[in-house]
Design a protein around this ligand. Structure first.
Ligand code: PMP
Length: 400
């Protein structure tokens, strides 16, 4: 890279890997690790047969899908997405939907629309590292607003909104958040959109996990509370991330520009996969599939919570997610989970340290534990390994 230093754009230095940790360089036998690092559906929840059947049918019915076309996305799929969101209380039409290559691209397309160098961008603290990856190259000022068990802290959000220059964007994952699993309450949702409206700040609601609830559905998306909220969705967590089919919902008058932005990047999303997913949605398969995977994640999360209660009460505290793939564990304030990671790797367990979820990447006393990909029989031994390292290296007294 040095040879290129005066040839590449200054922006190049602001791109980071999703997690700035080299797991390959950690000690221990990686093949034996119990990895709480995952954030995808496990192999057994990938609906390979249904996808193959739908893909064959789409291919047979419309081989022309192999050409260019539909830069905004396949209309029947956009209609099905509008219907799914209507079931969650969001009133919209297919014209307000743009299909993207996953939620990640939707965030980038919106960033291209909204951001200029120097803009203030508010995110949750901690936030999804992939959003930091998108925003950082735009040379913006990223500020983290702390969360509590009810979601982003509105008192601190309002302080940040009131400060000049006015923030340009508020990005958040209000439902079963990555990385904490926390969900913003209905009361805070209403207040948050009113605040954003009052201060004239764009809101991106990133919602990959909203359908993956355990016992009860979450409150309606923020977009149900205000039509200006940009909603980002994806089939990556509910079906499979390799499909790369996501979408954004935006006010009608912006969809043309957003489609031009998307087209400038990669012309269109995969037309065959859009058609196969539209077929699956049209026959009610999707609803059944999501209903069948919810108990898998609920059980893994409950097993994790139970094991933590047995092994780490008094040493740590953790969130109790109502859905999604992640739980957030906090150790006493002076703990550095970056420094603890090699010790855990040696003991045969790995996680994502809290530092990955803040733009400064400074060490934190926290970690993200992903439970979705772990076979049930690994959860208790994984927590036992983690607890043995914590007990050996952390002083317990500081945790309430
Ligand atoms: N947003 C959040 C909060 C996520 O957790 C993820 C997946 N890790 C994404 C966006 C990216 O999803 P996709 O695969 O649809 O690009």
């Amino acid at each position: 890279m040095n040879r290129w230093a005066d040839r590449v754009a200054a922006r190049a230095k602001r791109f980071h890997p999703s997690v700035c940790i080299d797991y390959d360089a950690l000690p221990g036998d990686a093949a034996q690790w119990i990895a709480f690092t995952g954030g995808t559906p496990p192999r057994e929840c990938l609906p390979t047969t249904a996808l193959l059947t739908a893909l064959n049918a789409a291919w047979d019915a419309e081989p022309e899908a192999l050409w260019y076309g539909d830069p905004q996305g396949y209309e029947p799929l956009r209609e099905q997405i509008a219907r799914l969101l209507a079931e969650r209380g969001v009133c919209l039409s297919a014209e307000e939907v743009l299909i993207t290559n996953g939620a990640q691209q939707a965030i980038d397309v919106l960033a291209r629309l909204l951001l200029e160098p120097g803009d203030r961008v508010l995110v949750e603290g901690p936030t999804y590292f992939g959003a930091l990856q998108v925003f950082e190259p735009y040379d913006v000022q990223i500020e983290a607003i702390p969360l509590d068990e009810y979601g982003i802290r509105l008192d601190m959000l309002e302080d940040a909104l009131a400060r000049q220059p006015r923030p340009k964007l508020l990005y958040l994952v209000p439902t079963f958040q990555n990385p904490t699993g926390v969900t913003l309450t209905a009361e805070r949702r209403a207040e948050l959109v009113a605040l954003a409206d009052h201060y004239g700040v764009a809101v991106i609601e990133d919602d990959p996990y909203g359908e993956l609830w355990f016992d009860a559905p979450p409150p309606p998306p923020l977009r149900a509370y205000h039509p200006d909220v940009f909603f980002v969705g994806t089939f990556s967590k509910s079906i499979a991330p390799g499909l790369r089919i996501g979408w954004l919902v935006a006010p009608r008058e912006l969809i043309g520009t957003l489609t031009d932005i998307k087209e400038s990047i990669d012309c269109q999303a995969d037309r065959l996969h859009q058609r196969s997913i539209a077929r699956l949605l049209a026959v009610g398969w999707y609803t059944e599939h999501v209903a069948s995977v919810r108990p898998v994640y609920r059980r893994r999360c409950q097993m994790l919570e139970r094991a933590l209660a047995e092994q780490l009460t008094g040493w740590a505290r953790w969130t109790i997610p109502g859905g999604g793939f992640f739980l957030w564990l906090e150790l006493p304030q002076n703990t550095d989970t970056d420094a603890l990671l090699p010790k855990c790797a040696e003991a045969g367990v790995v996680y994502v340290p809290g530092s990955a979820f803040f733009t400064e990447r400074t060490p934190q006393p926290s970690m993200r534990l992903g439970f979705s990909t772990l076979p049930e029989e690994q959860i208790v031994p994984g927590v036992e390994r983690l607890a043995s390292v914590v007990r050996a290296h952390v002083r317990p007294s500081l945790v309430s």
